[in-house]
Design a protein around this ligand. Structure first.
Ligand SMILES: C[S@@+](CC[C@H](N)C(=O)[O-])C[C@H]1O[C@@H](n2cnc3c(N)ncnc32)[C@H](O)[C@@H]1O
Length: 318
């Protein structure tokens, strides 16, 4: 296994060397090919590789690679959001989301996050925040369209252009134009109103290293309502070369509920935690909004197994 690990890490280093020499990370055939190769190299989960135990040189490479991936992902979303927003006025951009190369991944990730969230609450959340929503707020859109038809979604992004593109995507949709809202701010400056959300999502690309990620989580812990749920995106095995890892030790002030590592082409791991201090029967603002019940490991496992074989799920509550 060690030999196989060394080979795949060498492949990742080779790809990093090519990507780091690119003039631009904006979508092009060369950029798309290199990142496509990188994602497929990092997808396999039948490895015991632990990126935190690699050499300092590999750790530094990983830190730079995560940043390059985040930048490229931003350009990719901006590129397709601009195309969708420039469709004829009688066209609804939300009817053409499948032009985005990773739309199917978001459909699966959204279903996975909804299924896991449902295991920890018996009432559907009605007010959701997504921090780091980007020019293509696909998680909010997928959840709003397919899973939570009565919820409102407040999307936070530090980049005003991302919000301009994102809001024009939903502006022509009769339903989502009334349920999707956009706020331009650094999450670290968002204090007012964070305690109104039943669920807060923290994007994988908010907090690109451990220190920044923990700072964002600590900020949310200070301002979220007791009992509210924090949904985070992490990474596992080789996928940790693409995204930062969220560990249970990063979640001070939260009760870890579930860490789920997909083994299919859903790249991100899902981490669910609940802000301490909430009652088990009252949700946000004292209303009987989100009741939380122990995660039924076997039930969730059965649901998840139907869709993506042999997943790894660590449930903090039996
Ligand atoms: C490109 S999107 C990609 C979202 C992706 N689906 C994910 O789960 O990470 C990430 C967005 O996070 C935003 N962002 C990064 N740091 C942020 C911060 N501190 N506060 C708010 N938004 C931030 C960026 O502007 C970017 O638009």
């Amino acid at each position: 296994m060690a030999c196989k690990n060394n080979l795949v890490v060498k492949q990742i280093i080779d790809l990093y060397d090519q990507i780091s020499k690119l003039e631009s990370l904006k979508p092009s055939q060369n950029v798309d090919t290199l990142f496509g190769q990188l994602v497929s190299t990092c997808l396999p989960t039948d490895t015991d590789i632990d990126v935190t135990k690699m050499s300092e040189e590999v750790k530094d490479m990983r830190s730079n690679l995560i940043k390059l991936c985040g930048e490229a992902e931003g350009y990719l979303e901006q590129h397709f959001s601009t195309i969708l927003g420039s469709l004829q006025k009688d066209q609804n951009p939300l009817d053409h989301l499948n032009i985005f190369p990773y739309y199917n991944n978001y459909l699966k990730l959204g279903k996975l996050e909804f299924d896991l969230l449902s295991q920890h609450s018996s009432h559907a959340p009605t007010k959701i925040a997504f921090v780091g929503s980007g020019p293509m707020p696909l998680t909010s859109i997928v959840l709003a369209k397919f899973h939570l038809p009565n919820a409102t979604f407040h999307n936070f992004d530090i980049d005003s252009h991302a919000n301009t593109l994102a809001s024009s995507l939903v502006s022509r949709d009769p339903d989502l134009s009334k349920r999707m809202f956009f706020h331009t701010t650094d999450v670290l400056n968002a204090t007012e109103g964070l305690d109104e959300y039943d669920v807060v999502f923290l994007a994988a690309l908010v907090g690109m290293d451990k220190e920044a990620k923990v700072k964002a989580i600590e900020h949310l812990e200070r301002h979220m309502a007791p009992g509210a749920v924090l949904m985070l995106r992490s990474a596992h095995a080789l996928r940790a070369f693409l995204y930062p890892i969220v560990d249970s030790s990063d979640l001070k002030g939260f009760q870890l509920l579930t860490i789920f590592h997909p083994t299919d082409d859903v790249v991100n791991s899902v981490v669910i935690a609940r802000k301490l201090g909430g009652s088990s029967t009252n949700g946000v603002n004292g209303t009987r909004d989100c009741m939380f019940m122990p995660c039924n490991y076997s039930k969730v496992h059965a649901i998840m197994n139907n869709r993506c074989k042999k997943n790894k799920m660590i449930s903090a509550i039996e």
